[in-house]
Design a protein around this ligand. Structure first.
Ligand SMILES: *Cc1c(COP(=O)(O)O)cnc(C)c1O
Length: 454
């Protein structure tokens, strides 16, 4: 791939944004977003709002009877795909010792690795967009009215109808898994374009469900592009565009409405005296962007959202920092985009998400593979929770907030020094629920050997 910038342009960019040098060195860092604005100011330019998210929530409610019937594991939840939140005090205490830093506030884990159907945050946006498409087709052809009981979609008649249509997507693994599982269940012909990072077991699982998996030797951006090109050739093929999709985004954002209820039932306050911090692992940006956007709509200035990226894939940070969004990739500055956090191995961020979140995001931080494995191991030992490497990225957030100069600056800038003991920190655990046992044992071994190196 040719470099998008010549030396002179690169020198200028680096002179304007000296942090690029630190990104290139792949050290762990914390970045406060200088474009952050008060919510009421930022929301004026936002392309989406509350009504879009409520519409998505209502659509998911319409589909609940179908989900309940087609995926018996959702029966208890009445067909609502949602995950629990869980206090992780043992890990918090352990990390205080490990990093010799007082880590104030209550720590909660949002357990999206426990989401039914596909065991990752992609069970939100990915499944939502497929359902939306399925609904539109069925309504358009007079097979379905929005007042109907959608469990009728779990039938031969509907499967035959959907079998005429195709869905395609590019993915590092988990998005493909979500879309493949729900798409195939409805009856669609699904093609997943998988980047080189995608794990073998994910491809095998999809093939076992009749999904067409196309493998690429290159990274995520290439897999998405190929998927886009291939699906443009087929008028009956619907392409789910992870880099630009507003539907994925609002599907993810529904999490915020659900989380609000969960916090209320735990009697956890969020207001000017009780700040809420959220740490979200970020790949292309749709998942963390959607969730953070939804939370901003609810809690406005009282929620502080941070994205977590691997030190070798800080695409969103680079795009936000330079203001170039999807016009720049980590490869352009000489970073390899190779990380154990396969779900986050995205070198070029979504321009749509970067621009939408420009005034809402509090900051980004980076995490090394070394830290991810260490945290994976600690999470397992201290909390008995087993996650995939990507899903640990958020855990490093509160550590960096309290430990780094930039993190401390953020707390001061927001005048929160005296309120941090009342804070709630939500670490978003984005995946791992479907990782086979043998794979998890390998992760644990890697985590253990990272501990030995300390
Ligand atoms: C996809 C994914 C993310 C990030 O979501 P994006 O929409 O790509 O930013 C985080 N964690 C896991 C486990 C994922 O699969």
């Amino acid at each position: 791939m040719g470099n998008a910038f010549n030396q002179e342009e690169m020198n200028k960019l680096t002179a304007e944004n000296p942090l690029i040098n630190e990104l290139v060195s792949t050290q762990e860092l914390f970045w406060m977003n200088p474009s952050y604005k008060h919510f009421q100011q930022g929301i004026k330019q936002a392309p989406l709002g509350e009504k879009d998210i409520i519409e998505a929530e209502n659509r998911l409610l319409r589909f609940a009877p179908y989900i309940k019937k087609a995926f018996p594991e959702t029966k208890e939840m009445n067909g609502i795909i949602e995950s629990p939140i869980k206090e992780i005090q043992a890990l918090q205490q352990h990390l205080e010792e490990m990093y010799s830093e007082k880590l104030y506030g209550k720590w909660l884990l949002k357990c999206d690795h426990d989401l039914p159907i596909s065991g990752s945050i992609k069970a939100r946006g990915g499944i939502y967009e497929v359902l939306k498409h399925a609904e539109e087709l069925a309504v358009q052809y007079g097979l379905l009215g929005i007042e109907d009981d959608y469990s009728l979609l779990d039938s031969k008649r509907f499967k035959e109808f959907y079998s005429k249509y195709a869905i395609s997507v590019g993915s590092t693994g988990n998005l493909g898994l979500s879309i493949g599982i729900i798409g195939a269940k409805l009856g669609f012909k699904v093609t997943v374009h998988m980047s080189a990072d995608a794990k073998k077991w994910k491809k095998e699982l999809l093939r076992s469900k009749g999904v067409n998996v196309v493998e690429y030797e290159s990274d995520y951006s290439k897999a998405v592009n190929q998927g886009r090109i291939e699906s443009e050739k087929d008028p009956l093929c619907y392409f789910i565009d992870d880099e630009n999709s507003q539907h994925l985004f609002v599907g993810y954002a529904v999490a915020a409405l659900r989380l609000k209820n969960q916090l209320e039932s735990l009697k956890i306050k969020v207001d000017s005296d009780h700040p809420l911090f959220v740490y979200l692992p970020c790949g292309v940006g749709g998942g963390p962007g959607g969730v953070a956007f939804g939370l901003k709509l609810i809690y406005e200035d009282h929620v502080h959202a941070f994205f977590a990226e691997p030190t070798h894939s800080p695409g969103m940070l680079l795009g936000m920092l330079t203001g170039l969004h999807d016009k720049i990739s980590v490869q352009d500055i000489g970073i390899d985009n190779i990380t154990a956090a396969d779900g986050l191995a995205v070198g070029r961020p979504s321009g749509f998400v970067g621009k939408t979140m420009e005034h809402f995001l509090s900051g980004c931080f980076t995490v090394s593979d070394h830290s991810l494995y260490k945290l994976l191991y600690k999470m397992a030992v201290k909390e008995n929770i087993f996650l995939e490497p990507s899903a640990l990225a958020g855990v490093f957030g509160p550590v960096q907030l309290f430990k780094t100069t930039e993190g401390k600056e953020y707390i001061q800038y927001q005048k929160l020094q005296h309120r941090m003991k009342n804070a709630t920190h939500i670490v978003w655990a984005t995946g791992g629920g479907m990782v086979p046992k043998a794979e998890m044992e390998e992760y644990m071994k890697a985590g253990f050997s990272e501990m030995e190196k300390m």
